[in-house]
Design a protein around this ligand. Structure first.
Ligand SMILES: [Zn+2]
Length: 69
């Protein structure tokens, strides 16, 4: 099991288990919240937590269209 740990103050700390359905990011283009399957994301061995942006389906579509056109 993996979890994230955050200190709220000196005596309080929270741990949240990471599952494939409770990791989120925001689309860098429109800011919408997207659920991310991190096991899938990092399975290519190249993604990293800071350099990886994930676009929402709508923005991905328009980016693909721009590249094709
Ligand atoms: Zn978007």
């Amino acid at each position: 099991m993996f979890y994230v740990k955050e200190s709220i103050n000196d005596t309080l700390e929270i741990k949240v288990e990471i599952h494939d359905d409770n990791v989120f990011t925001t689309c860098p283009d429109c800011g919408v919240e997207i659920c991310v399957d991190i096991s899938e994301l990092f399975s290519d061995g190249e993604s990293d937590l800071y350099g990886t942006s994930i676009f929402c389906p709508e923005c991905s579509k328009s980016i693909l269209n721009e590249r094709q056109g």
